[in-house]
Ligand binder design. Structure first.
Ligand code: ZN
Length: 202
């Protein structure tokens, strides 16, 4: 269980894992404690992610909290205001300036909490997440449960044959699998298309 540091300096926390690993639930848990502590918080998500709601962060268990959808990571700096805590959900969808934005905020003394998928549906590091995982003070990697064998799952398996680079969805399109079960079944499409896999949500 992650416990908040008692220092007042800024830092970066990353919550990562596959789909259905509870990332948004963990983010909401931390944010509820921020609210109890009477700290000013601003929550951002990429405007691309509108699966459940336009302006709230909603986890799979339907708990939610207001958030601000933004077009790019520069907008996070623009709308950060005087927030003591900045939360960023679905961080894998943001542009490659996100690590710089997080660093800038942390140096200002802001607690930055970033949640996102560490791997895309091809099992490749996703967007700016590897950079953020390297530079964060605190990293929490969560695991789902493999729907095939019941062991801990680290991979997001795409069930549909959708070849789009980004396919938003939940249980209709994806399922959590462990490494072995993920590789025992061929993905609906292969690496041969030449497109860079940028994919998924959750
Ligand atoms: Zn498995």
């Amino acid at each position: 269980m992650f416990l908040e540091p008692s220092v007042k300096k800024g830092w970066i926390e990353v919550i990562c894992g596959s789909m259905f690993s509870g990332k948004t639930e963990e983010l909401l848990r931390r944010l509820r404690r921020v609210v109890i502590a009477n700290q000013e918080v601003q929550i951002f998500k990429p405007s691309i992610d509108t699966r459940y709601d336009e302006t709230r962060i909603v986890s799979h268990d339907s708990k939610s909290i207001p958030s601000l959808p933004v077009e790019n990571s520069a907008d996070i700096l623009k709308y950060a205001g005087n927030a003591e805590v900045i939360a960023i959900d679905e961080a894998q969808f943001f542009d490659d300036q996100l690590p710089h934005v997080c660093e800038t905020l942390a140096l200002r003394g802001v607690r930055v909490i970033v949640a996102g998928l560490d791997m895309d549906f091809l099992g490749k590091p996703f967007g700016s997440m590897p950079h953020l995982l390297s530079t964060a003070e605190y990293v929490t990697k969560l695991h789902a449960i493999c729907v095939c064998c019941g062991q801990l799952a680290t991979h997001s398996y795409r069930k549909s044959a959708n070849a789009e680079q980004i396919a938003l969805g939940a249980t209709d399109i994806y399922e959590a699998r462990c490494r072995v079960c993920y590789h025992q079944h061929d993905q609906p499409h292969t690496h041969s298309s030449g497109t860079i896999p940028v994919d998924m949500a959750g």
